[in-house]
Design a protein around this ligand. Structure first.
Ligand code: DSN
Length: 418
Protein backbone atom coordinates (compact mmCIF):
# COMPACT_ATOMS: atom_id res chain seq x y z
CA UNK A 1 0.00 0.00 0.00
CA UNK A 2 1.27 3.45 -0.87
CA UNK A 3 2.53 5.46 2.10
CA UNK A 4 -0.04 8.06 1.07
CA UNK A 5 -2.79 5.90 2.63
CA UNK A 6 -0.94 5.46 5.94
CA UNK A 7 -2.38 8.16 8.13
CA UNK A 8 -2.33 6.27 11.43
CA UNK A 9 -1.04 9.23 13.46
CA UNK A 10 -3.55 11.66 11.98
CA UNK A 11 -6.30 9.08 12.47
CA UNK A 12 -5.39 8.91 16.16
CA UNK A 13 -5.45 12.66 16.85
CA UNK A 14 -7.91 13.86 14.22
CA UNK A 15 -9.96 11.14 12.51
CA UNK A 16 -12.19 13.76 10.91
CA UNK A 17 -9.32 15.28 8.91
CA UNK A 18 -7.79 11.84 8.20
CA UNK A 19 -11.05 10.68 6.68
CA UNK A 20 -11.29 13.74 4.44
CA UNK A 21 -7.72 13.23 3.21
CA UNK A 22 -8.44 9.60 2.32
CA UNK A 23 -11.65 10.58 0.55
CA UNK A 24 -9.70 13.17 -1.42
CA UNK A 25 -7.13 10.55 -2.38
CA UNK A 26 -9.98 8.42 -3.74
CA UNK A 27 -11.42 11.40 -5.60
CA UNK A 28 -8.05 11.87 -7.30
CA UNK A 29 -7.58 8.16 -8.07
CA UNK A 30 -11.12 7.53 -9.37
CA UNK A 31 -11.50 10.73 -11.38
CA UNK A 32 -10.06 12.27 -14.52
CA UNK A 33 -8.28 15.52 -13.76
CA UNK A 34 -8.11 17.91 -16.68
CA UNK A 35 -7.42 21.05 -14.66
CA UNK A 36 -4.52 22.59 -16.59
CA UNK A 37 -2.80 24.13 -13.56
CA UNK A 38 -2.74 20.96 -11.47
CA UNK A 39 -0.56 17.87 -11.39
CA UNK A 40 0.36 14.89 -9.21
CA UNK A 41 3.54 15.59 -7.27
CA UNK A 42 5.92 12.66 -7.13
CA UNK A 43 5.70 10.62 -3.91
CA UNK A 44 9.24 11.69 -2.99
CA UNK A 45 8.19 15.32 -3.38
CA UNK A 46 5.21 14.72 -1.07
CA UNK A 47 7.32 12.82 1.44
CA UNK A 48 9.82 15.68 1.77
CA UNK A 49 7.01 18.05 2.70
CA UNK A 50 6.00 15.90 5.67
CA UNK A 51 9.39 16.12 7.40
CA UNK A 52 10.89 18.01 10.35
CA UNK A 53 12.04 20.71 7.94
CA UNK A 54 8.65 22.27 8.60
CA UNK A 55 9.82 23.16 12.12
CA UNK A 56 12.46 25.73 11.27
CA UNK A 57 12.66 29.46 10.78
CA UNK A 58 15.39 30.37 8.30
CA UNK A 59 14.73 34.01 7.43
CA UNK A 60 17.47 35.35 5.21
CA UNK A 61 19.59 33.46 2.70
CA UNK A 62 22.30 30.77 2.96
CA UNK A 63 25.10 31.96 5.31
CA UNK A 64 23.06 35.12 6.03
CA UNK A 65 20.25 33.84 8.27
CA UNK A 66 18.56 35.56 11.17
CA UNK A 67 18.38 32.33 13.21
CA UNK A 68 20.92 29.78 14.36
CA UNK A 69 20.70 26.10 13.45
CA UNK A 70 20.43 26.67 9.71
CA UNK A 71 23.33 24.50 8.52
CA UNK A 72 21.15 21.92 6.73
CA UNK A 73 18.82 24.60 5.40
CA UNK A 74 21.71 26.49 3.83
CA UNK A 75 22.77 23.34 2.01
CA UNK A 76 19.22 22.49 0.93
CA UNK A 77 18.53 25.98 -0.41
CA UNK A 78 21.86 26.12 -2.25
CA UNK A 79 21.10 22.77 -3.91
CA UNK A 80 17.63 23.95 -4.96
CA UNK A 81 19.05 27.19 -6.38
CA UNK A 82 21.82 25.45 -8.32
CA UNK A 83 19.44 22.84 -9.74
CA UNK A 84 16.88 25.35 -10.99
CA UNK A 85 19.57 27.59 -12.46
CA UNK A 86 20.92 24.64 -14.37
CA UNK A 87 17.48 23.46 -15.49
CA UNK A 88 16.67 26.80 -17.14
CA UNK A 89 20.20 28.05 -17.80
CA UNK A 90 19.72 31.08 -15.55
CA UNK A 91 22.31 33.32 -13.89
CA UNK A 92 20.43 33.78 -10.60
CA UNK A 93 17.52 32.09 -8.86
CA UNK A 94 15.43 32.75 -5.79
CA UNK A 95 13.49 29.68 -4.62
CA UNK A 96 11.77 31.26 -1.62
CA UNK A 97 8.50 32.65 -3.10
CA UNK A 98 5.59 30.80 -1.52
CA UNK A 99 3.65 30.91 -4.80
CA UNK A 100 3.61 32.32 -8.31
CA UNK A 101 1.62 35.34 -7.14
CA UNK A 102 4.26 36.03 -4.47
CA UNK A 103 6.97 35.75 -7.12
CA UNK A 104 5.19 38.30 -9.33
CA UNK A 105 4.63 40.60 -6.35
CA UNK A 106 8.35 40.53 -5.54
CA UNK A 107 9.38 41.41 -9.11
CA UNK A 108 6.93 44.33 -9.20
CA UNK A 109 8.10 45.55 -5.79
CA UNK A 110 11.75 45.39 -6.84
CA UNK A 111 11.51 47.06 -10.22
CA UNK A 112 8.36 49.22 -10.30
CA UNK A 113 7.07 52.16 -8.32
CA UNK A 114 3.38 52.37 -7.45
CA UNK A 115 1.55 53.97 -10.38
CA UNK A 116 4.07 52.79 -13.01
CA UNK A 117 2.66 51.62 -16.33
CA UNK A 118 2.86 47.92 -17.16
CA UNK A 119 1.68 46.14 -20.30
CA UNK A 120 0.36 42.61 -19.82
CA UNK A 121 -2.06 40.09 -21.27
CA UNK A 122 -5.73 40.60 -20.50
CA UNK A 123 -7.12 38.06 -18.03
CA UNK A 124 -10.12 37.63 -20.34
CA UNK A 125 -7.75 36.58 -23.15
CA UNK A 126 -5.71 34.15 -21.06
CA UNK A 127 -3.64 36.34 -18.69
CA UNK A 128 -3.54 36.03 -14.90
CA UNK A 129 -4.99 37.88 -11.91
CA UNK A 130 -1.52 39.17 -10.99
CA UNK A 131 -1.09 40.59 -14.48
CA UNK A 132 -3.09 43.67 -13.57
CA UNK A 133 -6.62 42.58 -12.73
CA UNK A 134 -8.42 45.51 -11.13
CA UNK A 135 -9.37 43.35 -8.14
CA UNK A 136 -5.78 42.18 -7.52
CA UNK A 137 -2.89 44.03 -5.82
CA UNK A 138 -1.25 44.33 -9.25
CA UNK A 139 -4.12 46.30 -10.78
CA UNK A 140 -4.59 48.31 -7.59
CA UNK A 141 -0.95 49.40 -7.21
CA UNK A 142 0.17 49.77 -10.83
CA UNK A 143 -1.32 51.15 -14.03
CA UNK A 144 -1.80 48.09 -16.21
CA UNK A 145 -2.62 48.35 -19.91
CA UNK A 146 -3.69 45.09 -21.55
CA UNK A 147 -3.02 43.41 -24.85
CA UNK A 148 -4.99 40.44 -26.11
CA UNK A 149 -5.40 37.96 -28.90
CA UNK A 150 -6.54 38.67 -32.44
CA UNK A 151 -10.29 38.16 -32.88
CA UNK A 152 -9.97 35.86 -35.89
CA UNK A 153 -6.75 33.89 -35.24
CA UNK A 154 -7.07 33.94 -31.43
CA UNK A 155 -3.27 34.24 -31.30
CA UNK A 156 -1.37 36.96 -29.42
CA UNK A 157 -1.40 40.04 -31.63
CA UNK A 158 2.28 41.06 -31.41
CA UNK A 159 1.62 44.10 -33.60
CA UNK A 160 -0.94 45.27 -31.06
CA UNK A 161 1.55 44.66 -28.24
CA UNK A 162 4.08 46.81 -30.07
CA UNK A 163 1.54 49.54 -30.84
CA UNK A 164 0.44 49.70 -27.19
CA UNK A 165 4.06 49.70 -26.02
CA UNK A 166 4.92 52.63 -28.29
CA UNK A 167 1.80 54.49 -27.18
CA UNK A 168 2.02 53.94 -23.41
CA UNK A 169 5.81 53.51 -22.91
CA UNK A 170 5.43 50.95 -20.10
CA UNK A 171 8.18 50.44 -17.56
CA UNK A 172 7.61 46.69 -17.81
CA UNK A 173 5.97 44.28 -20.23
CA UNK A 174 4.64 40.99 -18.85
CA UNK A 175 4.52 37.93 -21.12
CA UNK A 176 3.02 34.62 -20.07
CA UNK A 177 -0.48 33.34 -19.52
CA UNK A 178 -2.68 30.93 -17.65
CA UNK A 179 -5.02 30.07 -20.51
CA UNK A 180 -3.17 30.46 -23.80
CA UNK A 181 -2.78 27.25 -25.82
CA UNK A 182 -0.06 28.41 -28.19
CA UNK A 183 3.70 28.94 -28.09
CA UNK A 184 4.71 32.44 -26.96
CA UNK A 185 7.41 34.28 -28.89
CA UNK A 186 9.60 35.70 -26.11
CA UNK A 187 12.15 36.97 -28.64
CA UNK A 188 9.50 39.22 -30.18
CA UNK A 189 8.56 40.47 -26.71
CA UNK A 190 12.23 41.31 -26.07
CA UNK A 191 12.42 43.27 -29.32
CA UNK A 192 9.33 45.27 -28.35
CA UNK A 193 10.74 45.93 -24.87
CA UNK A 194 13.99 47.16 -26.40
CA UNK A 195 12.12 49.62 -28.61
CA UNK A 196 10.59 51.34 -25.59
CA UNK A 197 13.20 50.65 -22.90
CA UNK A 198 10.90 48.39 -20.85
CA UNK A 199 11.79 45.48 -18.60
CA UNK A 200 10.53 42.10 -19.78
CA UNK A 201 9.02 39.83 -17.13
CA UNK A 202 7.92 36.37 -18.22
CA UNK A 203 5.51 34.41 -16.05
CA UNK A 204 6.19 30.87 -17.25
CA UNK A 205 4.20 29.11 -14.50
CA UNK A 206 2.01 27.03 -16.81
CA UNK A 207 4.68 25.96 -19.27
CA UNK A 208 7.73 25.61 -17.00
CA UNK A 209 7.83 21.81 -17.42
CA UNK A 210 7.67 22.09 -21.20
CA UNK A 211 10.49 24.65 -21.14
CA UNK A 212 12.62 22.47 -18.86
CA UNK A 213 12.13 19.65 -21.37
CA UNK A 214 13.09 21.85 -24.34
CA UNK A 215 9.60 21.74 -25.87
CA UNK A 216 8.90 25.47 -25.63
CA UNK A 217 11.14 28.49 -26.22
CA UNK A 218 13.09 29.25 -23.02
CA UNK A 219 12.38 32.85 -21.91
CA UNK A 220 15.57 33.13 -19.83
CA UNK A 221 17.84 34.49 -22.62
CA UNK A 222 15.28 37.20 -23.44
CA UNK A 223 13.67 38.20 -20.16
CA UNK A 224 15.00 40.37 -17.35
CA UNK A 225 12.95 38.34 -14.85
CA UNK A 226 11.19 35.00 -15.12
CA UNK A 227 8.66 33.89 -12.52
CA UNK A 228 7.08 30.49 -12.09
CA UNK A 229 5.21 28.09 -9.89
CA UNK A 230 6.51 24.59 -9.24
CA UNK A 231 3.26 22.61 -9.07
CA UNK A 232 1.95 22.80 -12.61
CA UNK A 233 3.69 21.10 -15.57
CA UNK A 234 6.85 21.06 -13.43
CA UNK A 235 5.19 18.47 -11.14
CA UNK A 236 6.66 19.77 -7.89
CA UNK A 237 5.24 21.03 -4.60
CA UNK A 238 2.99 24.09 -4.47
CA UNK A 239 5.36 27.05 -4.60
CA UNK A 240 7.14 29.64 -6.69
CA UNK A 241 10.56 30.78 -7.84
CA UNK A 242 12.21 33.63 -9.72
CA UNK A 243 15.04 33.59 -12.24
CA UNK A 244 16.90 36.72 -13.27
CA UNK A 245 20.16 38.06 -14.57
CA UNK A 246 23.05 38.47 -12.13
CA UNK A 247 22.79 42.27 -12.22
CA UNK A 248 19.31 42.09 -10.68
CA UNK A 249 20.11 39.44 -8.08
CA UNK A 250 20.54 41.66 -5.04
CA UNK A 251 17.42 43.77 -5.62
CA UNK A 252 15.43 40.64 -6.45
CA UNK A 253 16.44 38.79 -3.28
CA UNK A 254 15.72 41.85 -1.14
CA UNK A 255 12.24 42.11 -2.63
CA UNK A 256 11.45 38.50 -1.68
CA UNK A 257 12.93 38.76 1.81
CA UNK A 258 12.41 41.08 3.63
CA UNK A 259 10.34 42.87 0.96
CA UNK A 260 7.33 40.59 0.68
CA UNK A 261 7.95 37.47 2.80
CA UNK A 262 9.54 36.57 6.07
CA UNK A 263 10.25 32.92 6.96
CA UNK A 264 10.81 30.70 3.90
CA UNK A 265 8.96 27.37 3.84
CA UNK A 266 12.06 25.19 4.04
CA UNK A 267 10.20 21.87 3.72
CA UNK A 268 8.77 23.18 0.44
CA UNK A 269 12.17 24.44 -0.73
CA UNK A 270 13.57 20.95 -0.13
CA UNK A 271 10.65 19.50 -2.11
CA UNK A 272 11.39 21.99 -4.91
CA UNK A 273 15.00 20.73 -4.95
CA UNK A 274 13.76 17.15 -5.40
CA UNK A 275 11.34 18.22 -8.14
CA UNK A 276 14.11 20.10 -9.99
CA UNK A 277 16.26 16.96 -9.87
CA UNK A 278 13.42 14.86 -11.28
CA UNK A 279 12.76 17.49 -13.97
CA UNK A 280 16.27 17.09 -15.32
CA UNK A 281 15.81 13.42 -16.22
CA UNK A 282 15.03 11.85 -19.59
CA UNK A 283 11.93 10.28 -18.01
CA UNK A 284 10.59 13.77 -17.26
CA UNK A 285 11.30 14.94 -20.81
CA UNK A 286 9.42 11.93 -22.18
CA UNK A 287 6.53 12.73 -19.84
CA UNK A 288 6.41 16.32 -21.13
CA UNK A 289 6.35 15.07 -24.73
CA UNK A 290 3.35 12.90 -23.82
CA UNK A 291 1.56 15.90 -22.26
CA UNK A 292 1.79 17.76 -25.58
CA UNK A 293 0.78 14.73 -27.67
CA UNK A 294 -2.19 14.13 -25.37
CA UNK A 295 -3.32 17.77 -25.55
CA UNK A 296 -3.23 17.64 -29.36
CA UNK A 297 -5.08 14.32 -29.40
CA UNK A 298 -7.74 15.58 -26.99
CA UNK A 299 -8.22 18.74 -29.07
CA UNK A 300 -8.57 16.74 -32.24
CA UNK A 301 -10.98 14.18 -30.69
CA UNK A 302 -13.21 16.98 -29.40
CA UNK A 303 -12.95 18.84 -32.71
CA UNK A 304 -14.10 15.73 -34.57
CA UNK A 305 -17.13 15.61 -32.27
CA UNK A 306 -18.08 19.17 -33.25
CA UNK A 307 -16.47 21.21 -30.46
CA UNK A 308 -14.78 24.48 -31.36
CA UNK A 309 -11.21 24.58 -30.08
CA UNK A 310 -9.97 28.14 -29.50
CA UNK A 311 -7.21 29.01 -32.03
CA UNK A 312 -7.89 25.69 -33.76
CA UNK A 313 -5.63 23.57 -31.56
CA UNK A 314 -2.76 23.65 -29.09
CA UNK A 315 1.04 23.73 -28.92
CA UNK A 316 1.28 23.09 -25.20
CA UNK A 317 -0.43 21.29 -22.31
CA UNK A 318 -3.82 22.97 -22.54
CA UNK A 319 -6.75 23.66 -24.80
CA UNK A 320 -9.72 25.98 -24.57
CA UNK A 321 -13.08 24.68 -25.69
CA UNK A 322 -15.72 27.18 -26.78
CA UNK A 323 -19.11 25.74 -25.81
CA UNK A 324 -21.34 28.37 -27.41
CA UNK A 325 -22.40 25.99 -30.22
CA UNK A 326 -23.63 23.48 -27.67
CA UNK A 327 -25.66 26.10 -25.83
CA UNK A 328 -24.10 25.31 -22.47
CA UNK A 329 -22.09 27.72 -20.32
CA UNK A 330 -18.63 26.95 -18.97
CA UNK A 331 -19.98 26.91 -15.43
CA UNK A 332 -22.74 24.48 -16.31
CA UNK A 333 -20.28 22.23 -18.19
CA UNK A 334 -17.88 22.24 -15.22
CA UNK A 335 -20.72 21.21 -12.88
CA UNK A 336 -22.04 18.48 -15.19
CA UNK A 337 -18.57 17.02 -15.73
CA UNK A 338 -17.89 17.01 -12.00
CA UNK A 339 -20.89 14.69 -11.62
CA UNK A 340 -19.16 12.19 -13.90
CA UNK A 341 -15.83 12.66 -12.06
CA UNK A 342 -14.19 14.66 -14.84
CA UNK A 343 -12.59 17.79 -13.41
CA UNK A 344 -12.18 20.88 -15.60
CA UNK A 345 -12.49 24.59 -15.00
CA UNK A 346 -14.82 27.07 -16.60
CA UNK A 347 -12.86 29.64 -18.56
CA UNK A 348 -13.51 32.77 -20.55
CA UNK A 349 -12.87 32.38 -24.26
CA UNK A 350 -11.46 35.38 -26.16
CA UNK A 351 -14.11 38.10 -26.62
CA UNK A 352 -16.48 36.20 -24.34
CA UNK A 353 -19.77 37.92 -23.71
CA UNK A 354 -20.45 36.00 -20.51
CA UNK A 355 -19.05 37.12 -17.13
CA UNK A 356 -16.03 35.32 -15.58
CA UNK A 357 -18.16 33.31 -13.12
CA UNK A 358 -20.29 31.91 -15.98
CA UNK A 359 -18.06 31.90 -19.13
CA UNK A 360 -18.61 30.32 -22.52
CA UNK A 361 -15.78 27.85 -22.33
CA UNK A 362 -13.77 25.30 -20.42
CA UNK A 363 -10.02 24.92 -20.10
CA UNK A 364 -8.61 21.39 -20.33
CA UNK A 365 -5.05 20.36 -19.53
CA UNK A 366 -3.29 17.05 -19.93
CA UNK A 367 -0.52 17.17 -17.29
CA UNK A 368 -2.42 14.87 -14.94
CA UNK A 369 -3.66 12.34 -17.47
CA UNK A 370 -0.20 12.07 -19.05
CA UNK A 371 1.26 11.56 -15.55
CA UNK A 372 -0.99 8.46 -15.36
CA UNK A 373 0.46 7.25 -18.69
CA UNK A 374 -2.78 7.84 -20.53
CA UNK A 375 -1.90 8.09 -24.20
CA UNK A 376 -3.51 9.43 -27.39
CA UNK A 377 -6.09 6.63 -27.67
CA UNK A 378 -7.19 7.33 -24.08
CA UNK A 379 -7.77 10.96 -25.06
CA UNK A 380 -10.42 9.78 -27.49
CA UNK A 381 -12.12 7.86 -24.68
CA UNK A 382 -12.01 10.97 -22.48
CA UNK A 383 -13.44 13.09 -25.31
CA UNK A 384 -16.27 10.58 -25.58
CA UNK A 385 -16.94 10.78 -21.82
CA UNK A 386 -17.03 14.60 -22.04
CA UNK A 387 -19.25 14.61 -25.12
CA UNK A 388 -21.73 12.08 -23.71
CA UNK A 389 -21.91 13.94 -20.38
CA UNK A 390 -22.46 17.38 -21.92
CA UNK A 391 -24.97 16.23 -24.53
CA UNK A 392 -26.96 14.28 -21.93
CA UNK A 393 -26.53 16.78 -19.12
CA UNK A 394 -30.15 16.54 -17.99
CA UNK A 395 -30.28 12.73 -18.01
CA UNK A 396 -29.15 11.50 -14.61
CA UNK A 397 -29.20 7.83 -15.69
CA UNK A 398 -26.72 8.47 -18.50
CA UNK A 399 -24.57 10.66 -16.24
CA UNK A 400 -24.47 7.87 -13.65
CA UNK A 401 -23.43 5.39 -16.33
CA UNK A 402 -20.61 7.68 -17.52
CA UNK A 403 -19.47 8.09 -13.91
CA UNK A 404 -19.26 4.29 -13.54
CA UNK A 405 -17.31 4.04 -16.80
CA UNK A 406 -14.90 6.76 -15.61
CA UNK A 407 -14.25 4.87 -12.36
CA UNK A 408 -13.54 1.64 -14.27
CA UNK A 409 -11.32 3.48 -16.75
CA UNK A 410 -9.29 5.10 -13.94
CA UNK A 411 -8.57 1.71 -12.35
CA UNK A 412 -6.25 0.92 -15.28
CA UNK A 413 -4.22 4.11 -14.73
CA UNK A 414 -2.90 4.33 -11.18
CA UNK A 415 -1.47 7.62 -9.99
CA UNK A 416 0.75 6.31 -7.23
CA UNK A 417 1.59 2.72 -8.09
CA UNK A 418 -1.28 0.94 -6.41
N1 DSN B 1 -5.03 29.42 -10.69
C1 DSN B 1 -3.98 29.08 -11.61
C2 DSN B 1 -4.53 28.54 -12.87
O1 DSN B 1 -5.48 27.79 -12.78
O2 DSN B 1 -4.04 28.81 -13.95
C3 DSN B 1 -3.04 30.17 -11.83
O3 DSN B 1 -2.76 30.81 -10.63
Amino acid sequence: MSFLRKLDLVEKVDPEIAELILKELDRQVYGINLIASENYADEAVIQVQATVLTNKYAEGYPSRRYYSGCEMYDQIERIAVERVKQLFNAEHANVQPHSGSQANLAVYLAFLKPGDTVLAMDLAHGGHLTHGSSINFSGILYRFIHYGVDRSTELIDYDQVEKLALEYKPRMIVAGASAYPREIDFKRFREICDKVGAYLMVDMAHIAGLIAAGLHMNPVPYADFVTSTTQKTLKGPRGGFILCRREYAEAMDRAVFPGTQSGPLMHIIAAKAVAFKLASTEEFREYQRLIVRDARALASSLDSRGYRIVSGGTDNHLLLVDLKRLGVSGRNAQDVLEKTRIYVNKNLVPYDEKPPYITSGIRLGTSCVAARSMKESEMDTIARFIDTSLKNRRDSTILKKVEEEVIEFCKSFPIYGD
